[in-house]
Design a protein around this ligand. Structure first.
Ligand SMILES: Nc1nc2c(ncn2[C@@H]2O[C@H](COP(=O)(O)OP(=O)(O)OP(=O)(O)O)[C@@H](O)[C@H]2O)c(=O)[nH]1
Ligand SMILES: [Mg+2]
Length: 324
């Protein structure tokens, strides 16, 4: 998933005004009639759900709107440059790069959210504007203004209601597949999921978006494993489903490993509502250590199995109660 990009955006230049005088038969002292330049086109970004990555901004990095045309004789204004409207995925944050500083300009949270990004230059004035009682034949005109040019970083953060997190191979993608119509790759080895997968879950006429986040390991917030680039996607979720594989010798350590990474990345992440689930709990009479039993009781964990569907309905209820 390409979820970050650097681009340059340039609005159109305003067309120049011109100096020109009437020269017609039977009009011996024709006055000025130089027209104004057209305005340069502006650039707008609009949020759309049709895109879910920033790959377009890797293919094309420079965006330019049309320039305004030069003014014409007979006081005719040059044509305005066309505006350019660029679609960006919902969830894109736009940062302006100013002297190595990144300033957040806009967060495209809603579909069809439209934002002016750079303003086109105003067209120049033709010499008609400079006519006065003392100057009947002005030769002055003004040039069009340059269009704004800015550098931006686009950063896409998924907008999901629920994030499914856990160590690699804990069953996150399988759970997404169980809860939604998504069909992510599932395999019995770590780091099967390399990009977040999304799915939607309908409960009582409400639709929730779930994101299956690639597996996190100790040090993820500092770049280990697949690193911290997916942690940003958790920032916008309302609820986390934290999967802890029952096959871990020590559930507490497995759980804490993930919590520490969330804390190191952004302390707000550990304040999120969380459903702690013990995954792969296929059989009711599983023999588990005393330590694990204590962890389950202390944290009021939900024991689930995507294979036998144990407590999947219960999990859906919990999700609904926490969000709605
Ligand atoms: N027995 C059992 N196996 C499961 C269950 N859920 C998942 N698995 C298996 O666990 C393995 C890993 O499942 P995934 O869903 O790919 O795990 P993941 O957490 O998405 O893994 P990464 O994407 O690598 O982080 C697969 O072999 C699954 O078939 C379950 O409820 N019971
Ligand atoms: Mg996976």
């Amino acid at each position: 998933m390409l979820d970050s990009a650097n681009i340059i955006v340039q609005a159109g230049k305003g067309g120049d005004g011109i100096a020109s005088f009437r020269r017609e038969k039977y009009v011996p002292f024709g006055g000025p009639w130089g027209g104004d330049g057209g305005d340069g086109g502006s650039i707008f970004f609009v949020a759309t759900k049709e895109l879910n990555n920033l790959v377009n901004f890797h293919r094309k990095k420079i965006y330019q709107a049309q320039n305004g045309e030069t003014g014409k004789t007979k006081n005719m204004k040059g044509k305005n440059g066309d505006d350019l409207i660029v679609p960006v995925p919902v969830g894109t944050q736009l940062f302006e790069l100013k002297k190595d500083k990144q300033i957040l300009c806009h967060d495209f949270v809603n579909e069809k959210d439209i934002q002016l990004i750079v303003q086109g230059g105003k067209g120049g004035l033709g010499n008609t504007h400079f006519k006065s009682s003392t100057n009947q034949t002005p030769k002055e005109f003004t040039r069009g203004e340059p269009g704004e040019i800015k550098k931006f970083i686009l950063d896409l953060k998924l907008i999901a209601d629920i994030g499914i997190i856990g160590l690699p191979n804990s069953g996150k993608s399988t759970l997404l597949k169980t809860l939604t119509k998504a069909n992510p790759k599932i395999a019995n080895y770590p780091f099967t999921t390399l990009d977040p997968n999304l799915g939607t879950l309908n409960i009582k006429n409400k639709t929730f978006v779930l994101a299956d986040i690639p597996g996190l390991i100790e040090g993820a917030s500092k770049g280990k494993g697949l690193g911290d680039k997916f942690l940003k996607h958790i920032q916008r979720t309302k609820v986390l489903i934290h999967l802890v594989d029952i096959n871990n010798e020590d559930l507490n350590t497995a759980y804490k490993t993930i919590k520490n990474e969330l804390l190191d990345y952004d302390k707000n992440l550990i304040k999120k509502k969380e459903i702690i689930t013990i995954s792969k709990y296929d059989f009711d009479n599983l023999k588990i250590s005393k330590q694990s039993q204590e962890f389950i009781q202390k944290n009021d964990c939900l024991l689930i199995s995507s294979i036998t569907h144990k407590n999947i309905d219960e999990l859906i209820k919990k999700i609904y109660n926490l969000i709605a």
